[in-house]
Structure formats: structure tokens, C-alpha cells
Design a protein around this ligand. Sequence first.
Ligand code: FPP
Length: 232
Amino acid sequence: MPEAPMNHLAIIMDGNGRYAKSLGHPRLWGHRKGAEAFERTIRLCAKYGVRVLTVYAFSTENWKRPEEEVSGLFSLMVEYCTKKLPTMVEAGIRIKFLGERTRLPQKVQDAVKLCEESTAAGDKVLVQIALNYGGRDDIVRAARAAMQDGIAPEELTEEKLSSYLDTAGVPDPDLILRTGGEARLSNFLLWQAAYSEMLVMPVYWPEFDEPHFLEAMEYFQKRDRRFGGLTK
Ligand code: FPP
């Protein structure tokens, strides 16, 4: 197992729609299968000692999708946040949401709150679900909050600004993995990705399973992380 442990894995879960289409199903069917892959991945993180898993579930740009797909995605999330809650609590999973909440439908806001409160004591894996999240929006909201707190310009350091981001207190991702084959960050964790390794896998997200997870772990372990310094 790992020499350099992967503490934080972040995933852009792409390819649900294409997976569904390839099998002649509607896109929402693909998202449902994607939610199953998400659940499998939480278990894999627990099994292999990954302490933080961050997933991109709904971006600030995803509102542009057809209303039916948007509301279907929200219903799926509410269903997961309620039905799967006892299993999550039992497994020591802590769930936190990243993103701007006030635009979310009330039933989603309620489910988010319930999920965070019920899992607050979980200490095995922290799962951060990015929902109505955009990296630029995260930075703008952080800057606004710092200004509202009366932080003077000369007091604003990288550490200070980080402490206002949705991810405050959580180490940056070691690896950002994108499934579905496209090499884009799509406004995900822009600030936090500064020194993350990146891996694009051709597999559609609903197909993601243990062999892919292990491939990603192995890829990460082979990296020589220098954080801008020189090779030893
Ligand atoms: C991208 O695939 C995926 C999304 C926009 C939604 C991701 C959501 C899930 C996997 C469900 C998560 C569920 C919970 C409970 C957090 P796409 O639709 O862009 O796929 P495509 O590129 O093939 O069209």
C-alpha cells in the first residue's frame, strides 16, 4: 500500500449521460447509476484509508440543463441524503456540503442540513459534496465574507482567505480525478487545486469501481510531488 498516503481524493464524476445513452436509457437513469458509484467510492475510501472524498455533484453551471434533469438530480440527492443516512452514520461517514445554498430548493436545503447534522460525529471519512458549487463563486464568497468581517487588505493572506472558503480547515486535494475522458477542471476547487495531481480516466462514472480506484491510487503514488520546489 501507499508510500505517500492519499489523504484527499476529489472527483469530477463525469459520463453519467453518455453511459445512459450508450445503453439506451434516459440521462436520469445514468445519474442514478452514478449515485451508486458514489456510494461504492465512499466504501472504497473507508477501505483504503482515504480520509477525505470530495465530489462534484452539481455545478453553478448545471442550472442550464433541462428543468427535468435538474429536478431529477435534486430528488436523487434528497433520496440519498435521507434513505442512506443510517448506513452513513453507522460507517462513521461525515458529510459536508460545499457551495452556495440559498438558491437550492427548500427540500434540498432541509436534506443538506439533516445530513450534515446527523453525520457530524463521523470520524472515518469526510465526504464533501459540492452542490451548486463553482470554484470562482467559492473565492468570491470568501472574499466578500472577509471584507464583511473587516479584514484589512494587508491582513488578507492566502491562509486567511482559505479560512473563508467552503473547504476551510480541510487539506487540499492530493489527487483530482475526472472520469469520462475530458481533461477540464470545469470550475471545480480552483483555489484548492493549486498543487493537486490530476488524472483523467476514460471510464464513464457509473462504471467506476475498485480496479479504477486502485489504478488512481497507484497513479498518485508514482507522482513525485515537489510543490514547486526542486527534485531531491
Ligand atoms: C456529470 O455527468 C454528472 C453530473 C452533472 C451529476 C453528478 C451526480 C451524480 C453522480 C449523482 C450524485 C448523487 C449524490 C447523492 C451526490 P454528465 O451528465 O455531464 O454526463 P455526460 O458528460 O456523459 O453527459
